[in-house]
Design a protein around this ligand. Sequence first.
Ligand SMILES: Nc1ncnc2c1ncn2[C@@H]1O[C@H](COP(=O)(O)OP(=O)(O)OP(=O)(O)O)[C@@H](O)[C@H]1O
Ligand SMILES: [Mg+2]
Length: 514
Amino acid sequence: MSEDQGPPLLAMRGIEKSFVGVRVLHGVDLECRAGEVHAVVGENGAGKSTLMKVLAGAHAPDAGEILLDGEPVSFRHAREAQEKGVSIIYQEFNLLPERTVAQNVFLGREPHRGPLVDRRRMDQETAELLRTLEVDDAIRPGTLVGDLPVAQQQAVEIAKALSFDARVLVLDEPTAALSAAEAEVLFGRVRALRERGLAIVYISHRLKEVFELSERVTVLKDGHKVGTVATAEVGTRELVRMMVGRDLDHYYPPRAVPEDFGEARLRVRDASGGMLRDIDLEVRSGEVVGLAGLQGSGRTELARAIFGVEPFEAGEVEVDGESVRIRSPREAIRHRIGFATEDRKAEGIIPIRSVRENGWLGLRALGGRLRRALGLGTGDKVEELSRAVELRARSLEQEVRYLSGGNQQKVVLTKWLALEPRVLIFDEPTRGIDVGAKAGIHDLIRRLAREGLAVLMISSELPEVIGMSDRIVVLRGGEIAGELPAGASEAEIMLLATGEGGAGQPELARQEGS
Ligand SMILES: Nc1ncnc2c1ncn2[C@@H]1O[C@H](COP(=O)(O)OP(=O)(O)OP(=O)(O)O)[C@@H](O)[C@H]1O
Ligand SMILES: [Mg+2]
């Protein structure tokens, strides 16, 4: 192969970018060859997404140049970049849910026949694109995008990129919203696109994916390029050191010992509703209970039922020994149950408000009277809590939309902690969080338990479930399949989760190389 001859398909050189006087990219270079997957890694806020937005024409760089096939280009907006063959797929997709797949793919450049949109041609061409992605059996050109699951919406985004004859494709944390099985399908797709000669820039916090997919990896730190290395020539440890500037042995904080456990703070008895049947569950003060199970086993449903989003239809729930009826999240909060999810939209985070205001949202929603009744006071805890979660914001007055994705997630955490919960449910607490901050979140969860909280933690990452849990409850098909003590093995969890021998089930086995 003559890939080292001639200019790379994509070259970004000396890219600088400041926002309101604060520089977030300091002369960054990035190259990607045709037929290469080039990973970009770095801590939350390192500048990965910003660099990609510059590439995709969403931000204008203050300095530096972008070359395609050695020719300088400049994009004034995203469409111009797309037309030159540079497409980006953001974590939060840019599709219109009320329109069909074909309408989304051809949005703003529909083929016409005379004065009318040529729907047939649009559908045909879309079908063709879906076929090349091998999703034509699952997705039809006429389906409404809003009716598609996330993984298929992502496939539509990719189809759209291909319809522009993308030569450079950027994927910004593409697996964050996918199940392990869906991620595998995406990997296959990425490899196929690489075979076709696309240059693919791949951002992820999951180093395992980086090692699996990429030829080279570029590390950013605080807006600087630390270096570019051949993936095959670097180990996890070295890569992490480049990212965080120090060695990071990802060890989990010590688990609780039996003396640490107090009374049951949360008790669910014989509860059913929706897909859930006969749920018996107890979480004691000081305890972290891990909730494991395959996709669709009912983990999130259970959390939502406890939190009153879709309440149980039968059964009993007790908080601190007192029987309670929780029919709405508001009632859950009144009983001091918190539910931190990975879904910032559903969390009610308001992007155009400051970190401080968002930290206060949960408290404010309670209203003054209830707040006083709960003894939550009015003292400003956001500052202290932001420190506890190691939030990286310029100041507490900074608008949340300007924070990096991982730091927005930490704002979600501060919001819940401000409510001083007795029971805190975490759904995928470290998704989208960088390797360094991950350890910080784990320490925080453990510290909260030590201070007397009862923690219920859902995670698709088995090492995280095993590393964090004092007890592991495994769900299968909406029922509790069994319970395992601290330190159970992945195989034991799989056995319960699948009800079989369990080896090699990809759904649950999303492991981090950390
Ligand atoms: N529009 C904006 N205005 C002001 N600051 C911004 C804006 N967009 C990004 N920033 C800041 O630029 C820095 C880099 O953010 P960026 O989103 O590129 O990080 P990232 O590496 O993608 O992080 P993550 O892994 O959390 O997604 C952060 O400090 C962020 O707060
Ligand atoms: Mg980002």
